[in-house]
Design a protein around this ligand. Sequence first.
Ligand code: C5P
Length: 236
Amino acid sequence: MTLLYEGKAKQLFTTENENELRLQYKNDATAFNGVKHDIVEGKGRLNNEISALFFPLLEEAGIPTHFIKRLSETEQLVTPTTIIPLEVVVRNIAAGSLAKRLGWEEGIELQRSIVEFYYKDDALGDPLVTEEHIALLEAATVEQLEEMKRLALLTNKTLLSICESANLLLVDFKLEFGMTKDCELILADEVSPDTCRFWDRDTLQKLDKDLYRFELGSLTAGYETILERIGGVVHG
Ligand code: C5P
């Protein structure tokens, strides 16, 4: 089958059915726009399994997603989309680039959840963009922006509730949306500790990709904790 697209952490292949693509999660760990890169054994499987648990729960909450089913330890079947070139970030607690931008300490709870848009462009370093920049770039229409905001906040509400039951804090996360051939806007990409910041509720221990970004501990140990707490089975 043909390789359609290769990203930093995933590959997308065609299948015999034009309405289905095979998404392969890789073991590559990258950070700082690809400057830091390593192979982490088991990462692809963990992200595949975690995403495959989150997507159906998001669907149940009324969020249309590209997820069809999990195929194997590292593969999912997904609906083809044309990706909107925006990263949609939702934040509940100050961390990462928001803490840096505002000069805030990490861990400050935001008065309300916020949504930000970043323009997907590696050469520009994925800059934060305003709605007016997005209009100039023709990256999305006003209607698409409104729908992405609505779905991002609904995703936040759903993930916050899952995290509460799992004794996790959902600090922030990044989503990507795509348009299907029927012009429906759906959630695409992945929902995993590569794209979400999860902290332990009691100890505030980081259990996500910050472990790798800042060399704070074992990435797979953190991801296994997430998988276990949301009801998955950790093998090997
Ligand atoms: O780095 P920053 O604080 O802006 O990241 C916000 C959230 O978006 C984090 O959960 C991070 O993991 C995620 N993110 C991502 N891919 C990027 C940038 C950020 O998944 N390219």
